[in-house]
Ligand binder design. Structure first.
Ligand code: ADP
Ligand code: NG1
Length: 457
């Protein structure tokens, strides 16, 4: 288990590192002074455990090399000045006591402000302004947590610029909460792995209390990420929050049927804990209590004995008008996916002779459940998973929120070259738009390290 020490501060010779050197030069041309420090927060790939963190269940991600890197100088101006090396993301500035996050328009600066605001609120106030230049290498809106890397980087910058100290665990918890200011009710997977990751290790991330345990994936295979080239911004659509509220309602309906306290805020994981039963029993309870037909608003109100107004209090701002809820399918996915995470970790720990096959099977089952029960896939992701399996992967699944974005595949090391060549041929070269993006879209990845601060020697 992690001890949650403060993110490491490292020293480097900026002139010897091309990315840092370019960022420093760009910072000087923008602000007329050198940066005082640099902050980095990585993206992640989730190996298994999709859409279950916000129901309280453990997930199994690893950090990527791709990250958000920012050059920063604290100032006495009380102004946050933001610029980005990618011209798509426009310059922005705001006074530190006039922060407003518009949940109807998820512009890039609002993710930064989420991180800033989280720390500002934690310490009641922060006084330092900042000049900041951001450089990101995580494909955006592709299920690799570019948004959380930006929020975490901003949180870390605010802590350092104001001379404060927080543990990695505290930073992860604050950043998980404050990313919700953008309007999506996510769990804490992305922010936790961004702070708690260690090079060479995937992590089992458990919640309440937050902890991270090393998971060593058996030798003989590599994880390959493939981008479907279809983007999906969580905060700009209702898909994500609809799933969150379906899980909340399913937990309440199941709890009421089992004579358990259901009025307070309750997640599917809290219910299992409260009932003191195993995941198997929760899956049978889903079969006994819930029906596969969608529940209308009226039926939910009737089941719970609540008014339409009380139902609205359970919903988020952007799901107030949802007409029906698929409770059976969502609960079935959550409890079965939680069980697959436990099984995946067990296989990694015990490494039986057929470990790779077992892990691959779990990944394939996870994709089917995401596709059919949770309905967070899309035709492009389903096609890409099929192509990856045909090309030699032992397991393949969508990763991250879904409805677009990336797949992660487990590929035997000795088949990696032919796998990459086949997927290029079938998925990317056959389509002009995908072909244009193919170099950044398909890559093998190793578990990377967590967020860090860098200073120039
Ligand atoms: P993800 O699955 O990658 O977290 P989201 O759709 O939730 O995707 O968030 C993507 C948003 O994060 C982008 O639209 C942008 O506002 C912000 N973002 C991602 N990468 C960068 C970057 N390099 N610089 C600035 N903002 C970024
Ligand atoms: P990405 O892939 O970064 O959009 C989202 C949530 C996670 C988790 C996954 C699905 C946020 C910030 N992230 O991740 O907490 O629920 O979807 O497993 O909301």
């Amino acid at each position: 288990m992690e001890d949650g020490a403060t993110p490491p501060q490292q020293f480097l010779q900026v002139s010897e590192n091309e990315r840092f050197r370019k960022l420093k030069d760009a910072f000087i041309s923008k602000y007329g002074m050198p940066p005082a420090f640099y902050a980095r927060a990585p993206g992640r790939v989730n190996l298994i455990g999709e859409h279950i963190d916000y129901s309280g269940y453990a997930v199994l991600p690893m950090a990527l090399e791709q990250d958000i890197l920012a050059a920063v100088t604290p100032t006495q101006t009380s102004i946050i000045q933001l610029a980005n090396t990618n011209p798509v993301y426009l310059d922005y500035s705001v006074q530190i006591n006039k922060i407003h996050i518009d949940t109807t328009k998820p512009l890039w600066q609002y993710y930064f402000l989420c991180g800033f605001k989280g720390i500002q609120e934690h310490f009641n106030s922060v006084s330092s302004g900042i000049n900041c230049l951001v450089d990101g290498t995580i494909p955006a809106s592709s299920g690799l947590s570019s948004s959380s890397a930006l929020v975490c980087c901003a949180g870390l910058i605010t802590v350092i610029a104001n001379g404060k100290v927080l543990s990695k665990i505290e930073l992860a918890e604050i950043c998980a909460r404050c990313e919700r200011y953008i309007g999506t009710e996510g769990g804490g997977m992305d922010q936790s792995i961004s702070f708690l990751a260690e090079k060479g290790m995937a992590k089992l991330i458990e919640f309440n209390p937050l902890r991270a345990t090393n998971v060593k994936v058996p030798k003989g295979a590599v994880f390959v990420i493939a981008n479907s080239c279809k983007e999906m911004n969580k905060a700009a659509t209702t898909h994500f929050n609809i799933r969150v509220v379906e899980c909340r309602i399913a937990a309440k309906v199941l709890a009421k049927a089992k004579g358990h306290e259901w009025q307070k805020s309750l997640r599917l994981g809290d219910l299992q804990q409260g009932l003191g039963v195993d995941l198997e029993t929760m899956l049978s309870t889903v079969e006994q209590v819930l029906h596969p037909e969608p529940y209308s608003r009226e039926e939910v109100c009737q089941c719970l004995g609540i008014s339409q107004k009380e139902l609205c209090n359970i919903l988020t701002q952007n799901t107030q008008d949802v007409p029906s809820f698929k409770l059976y399918q969502r609960a079935k996915h959550v409890y079965s996916e939680a069980r697959r995470v436990v099984e995946f970790k067990r296989v990694c720990d015990e490494t039986p002779a057929n470990a790779l096959q077992l892990l691959g099977d779990l990944m394939n089952q996870s994709h089917l459940s995401c596709r059919d029960m949770y309905e967070c896939s899309c035709p492009e992701l389903d096609q890409l998973v099929d192509v990856c399996l045909q090309s030699g992967a032992v397991g393949s699944r969508l990763t991250g929120a879904g409805w677009g974005g990336c797949t992660v595949s487990m590929v035997p090391t000795n088949k990696l070259d032919s796998f990459l060549a086949k997927v290029q041929e079938i998925y990317y070269k056959a389509d002009g738009q995908r072909a244009a993006k193919q170099t950044q879209s398909l890559f093998a990845t190793q578990p990377g390290g967590g967020a860090a601060i860098y200073r120039e020697v």
